[in-house]
Design a protein around this ligand. Sequence first.
Ligand code: SAM
Length: 317
Amino acid sequence: MRIPTDVLAVLSDRTRTDGHRLVLVGPRLTPALYQRVNEVLEAVGGRWTKTEGAHLFPVDAAEALAPVLTTGEVVTLGEKRTLAQYFPTPDPVVGRLIALAALEPGMTVLEPSAGSGAIATAAAARGAIVDCIERDPGYATDLLDTHVVRRVQVADFLTTPANPGYDRVLMNPPFTRGTDMAHVTHALRFLKPDGLLVSVMSWAVAEQTGSTIAFRKLVEQRGGLVEALPARAFAQSGTTVDTVLVTIPATRPADARPTVWPVRDLLTQDVEELGNPADIAAEIVADLRKAIAAFEEVAATLAKPEPITAPGTVEAT
Ligand SMILES: C[S@@+](CC[C@H](N)C(=O)[O-])C[C@H]1O[C@@H](n2cnc3c(N)ncnc32)[C@H](O)[C@@H]1O
């Protein structure tokens, strides 16, 4: 967005930076103006930290602010979400991903597109030692604020040199135009020889097309496993894209079985036929209630004494 002139004036004339710190100087801003200034600072990675009496940045504060002052524009957090393909992994998917990884306390884990840490913090909570890479300084700061991971590097993972030192790579990279395949292929270079990678990926990799051939071959050669996630697994994060979980060992295991790719028709058919489990349960309860009411009516009728009628007369009903 184009930054309004009053906000730009505060950012250029009333800020002082010192390394990772930025302070606002001069008379107190009105709450409304402060909020708009803060929105810009947050968009470039700053977070107000009460104990420091300053906005702290994961990188040099002056460097973070420089492009904003030069261009008079900033990409807000809302705009960034869409541009960065920021779709945090919902808890049930994180749980399944970690189960597939057979994560154990003390294992070293890399999350190379960590966002604000949905996967990374869950792995750390299970006793793993977690390093993260995230391109966006704002999300990286959110993750740093959790204080549960060992390291957060603000960088483009795709240009980060390989370092084969991790027991596990756990990830949910961006998907646009097949970038998930590029991220996962690069991430495999960060595994120890007995390591394991588990990634959320677009359903597109399950389909045999020109752009997926090389990646599918890689998964098959390593003895990888592919599991379909339920439809709308990411609806709460703002996308209805279909997804799979792909597990790839660093080295093909001796007992590896052929990779089975999920088939979309079956998934769609299952979803259409079965519907939402909560709706199905509600329907069963309603049917049972109707059946009970019908039985009660029959029982009440049977309990009534038989009317004694004289031969040849008709009882009024
Ligand atoms: C789908 S979100 C997932 C976030 C997090 N992994 C999670 O599961 O909640 C993808 C994340 O990758 C980050 N990202 C995109 N391209 C990247 C790159 N080249 N290097 C590092 N991070 C990147 C985005 O900023 C975004 O936070």
